[in-house]
Write a new protein. Sequence first.
Length: 278
Amino acid sequence: MESGLSAIIPNNTKYYNYQNNMSNFLPKRLIARLDVKGENLIKAVHLEGLRVVGNPQEYAIKYYEDGADEIIYLDIVASLYVRSNLVDIVRKTANNIFIPLTVGGGVRNIDDVSSLLRAGADKIAINTAAVKNPSLISEVSNKYGSQCMVLSIEAKKKQEGAGWEVYTDCGRESSGIDVVDWVNQAIRLGAGELLVTSIDQEGTKKGFDNDLIQAISSIAQVPIIASGGFGKDSHLLEVAEAGADAIAFADALHFEKYSLADLRNLALKSGIETREYA
């Protein structure tokens, strides 16, 4: 029997279309992003220079207890080695947290998706496999609903000309695909949410790529999670105004520069509506 929200409510397209139309009126979600390699929580700069932080399950439980709206697990090197160790991590985590759990990294086919959902994931984030085989997006969406299919995008500014290019394999491989074109195609195929990571900004603490988020927001009718670059108070309002529906935080939380309570209070002071948490 499937577990996780996506398995409980398959093909919930009508609900999700309503949610998409209401996205401008919904509270912004504050998400804890945990990048993993093997059994370790790690952090990187520009998706390189991996540094071990600790035990991912312990951090996920802490962020759940501290009021995170969602948790994201990404095995950021799985596609390089054609493997993923996430099933065991997800199963252990899902027994202890009761908020949406998005999982990605090394997902190659619908069987991998099913395994992660059975382990307790609610949504599956796919990057490399979707770029190589776009029909996988439709396959996941048709079987489990668009709310389950999160397109993970690693974007980098083009060296020549305007815009951004899609990268795969933990930001190592150039695809030659324009990000905006890819977003349009993926949404038509059934992607129900976008996890957008700026390779240029990831780990720099210099702010999100707000131009990137704005460019995607202007054409996407699905929720956007902005990831990569948070470092100071003003960055939260800037990315929210650019069109992010949710903001993912990593080292700001891991290294205790901000707590989730700090971020929620900051959002309140900035006029950004978030979920109330007692």
